[in-house]
Design a protein around this ligand. Structure first.
Ligand SMILES: Cc1ncc(COP(=O)(O)O)c(C=O)c1O
Length: 423
């Protein structure tokens, strides 16, 4: 402690005299306070905490899902420098893996350093110039959030809404696109707040015919349900690492089509964010065959996602989609046998990766959630935004989409309902 005071005292004196030369006199009490604060925050908490300890939990809510063990192992590998050639090679492998997962030949794939929200913001900040019309399909909180975010980038936002638990028909979208002729149309493929799956059939062509770019959120759907970026004419996609890709949170898969890149190139003003400027991030990812430092890539998270994408490629997209579909059916067979019903009325609107279950009259949904956690170390979730208090949400995503996990969820519901005398 005495040593600390010895070190700090000359610094404080220097600060006082520097301040005085600019007409500022540092209060004398600083010296006393600073040394007291060093003493006040001591390190006794370290002894109490010792080594980090994390309980083991099965994460069957809307995300994160449990990461694949191979992904966790990859994350534990020694760090490389963010510009070292072997690390740049790993980034190239990730771009390649993303091309497969997204089904695109575009060279413009990368991982945004950040979660799904960073992907969302990168899309809006780069595609939208002030005054551009953005048509937002608002089917739940993700559409709502894209509207809020777009307004912060001075977009002229037009929102269309559909009833909670439904999706937009092609006719709804055609009418809205032809009426508003937006620069960008936003749709969320897997709306995790309501458990709906937005069909993208024909929407890419519709957008092309109207000079509109199609932006799609696939945070909860990529790897769980079919997506063909090129064949469906999608122009920009952002996604999440911690859902069907079985990775940790912190890297957002991202894609731009040639059309989207043209819009970016023709901007009159640079994107209002330095952090998420694709001209700069693209340079780090080698989009223009050179590599420049923009930020320090999250090295360990990128290792993890390189491995996650490798696992996707090994399993193959079609078997992966089929596995998710099969587990969704298995879940509903079990839930129906307990008298539970889907919140989304029409089967074709249901998202298979995040399932919404109606909370029956007289059941305390939060008690069921707590019982599952207390007795099974199992995470299931309640509703969000428009579904808060009305549903439970069960994620069937990635590494977790397997029979024993689905069966455990059904057992937990059975026990949770029994505890309340509802079975
Ligand atoms: C559909 C959808 N979009 C965006 C997000 C935001 O992603 P993140 O929480 O990783 O920022 C989520 C998160 O659950 C989501 O489900």
């Amino acid at each position: 402690m005495k040593n600390a005071q010895k070190l700090v005292a000359p610094l404080l004196e220097a600060a006082q005299s520097a301040g005085a030369t600019r007409g500022f006199v540092a209060p004398a009490r600083w010296a006393a306070r600073a040394s007291e604060e060093i003493v006040a925050v001591d390190n006794t908490h370290k002894q109490a905490q010792s080594v980090i300890s994390v309980p083991s939990r099965l994460l069957m809510g809307p995300g994160p899902a449990n990461a694949h063990p191979r992904v966790l192992n990859a994350q534990a590998l020694p760090l490389l420098g963010h510009m070292h050639p072997p690390f740049l090679h790993i980034m190239d492998e990730m771009s390649e893996g993303l091309r497969y997962a997204l089904q695109t030949k575009s060279k413009y794939t990368l991982m945004i350093s950040g979660t799904g929200h960073a992907g969302m913001e990168a899309a809006i900040a780069n595609l939208v110039e002030p005054g551009d019309k953005v048509l937002v399909g608002n089917a739940g909180i993700w559409g709502e959030r894209v509207g809020i975010l777009s307004r912060r980038y001075n977009a002229d936002v037009v929102e269309i809404k559909c009833p909670t638990g439904e999706t937009f028909s092609y006719a709804d979208l055609k009418k809205a696109v032809e009426t508003h002729k937006p620069k960008v149309l936003f749709l969320c493929q897997g709306e995790s707040s309501t458990g709906t799956h937005q069909s993208l059939a024909g929407v890419g062509e519709l957008c092309r015919a109207n000079g509109t770019l199609l932006l799609v959120d696939t945070v909860c759907s990529l790897g769980g349900v079919p997506l063909f970026a090129d064949a469906w004419g999608v122009d920009c996609i952002y996604s999440g690492s911690q859902k069907c890709l079985s990775g940790p949170p912190g890297a957002a898969p991202f894609f731009m089509s040639e059309r989207a890149m043209e819009k970016l190139a023709k901007r009159k003003t640079p994107p209002a964010t330095y952090n998420l400027d694709l001209n700069l991030i693209g340079d780090y990812w080698g989009w223009w065959n050179k590599r420049s430092y923009h930020h320090t890539g999250p090295v360990s998270t990128f290792y993890a996602m390189r491995e996650a994408l490798q696992i996707v490629a090994e399993e193959g997209l079609e078997p992966m989609w089929a596995r998710h579909q099969e587990m969704h059916h298995r879940l509903w067979d079990g839930l129906r046998s307990l008298g539970l019903k889907p919140f989304v009325e029409k089967e074709e609107h249901r998202l298979i990766t995040v399932n919404t279950i109606k909370v029956p009259e007289g059941v305390d949904w939060a008690k069921v959630v707590k019982h599952a956690m207390d007795e099974y170390s199992l995470e299931i979730a309640g509703g969000l935004g428009p579904t808060a208090g009305k549903v439970w949400r069960i994620g069937i995503m990635g590494f977790n989409a397997k029979p024993q996990n689905v069966d455990l969820v059904i057992d937990a519901f059975r026990a949770g309902l029994k505890q309340q005398g509802k079975l």
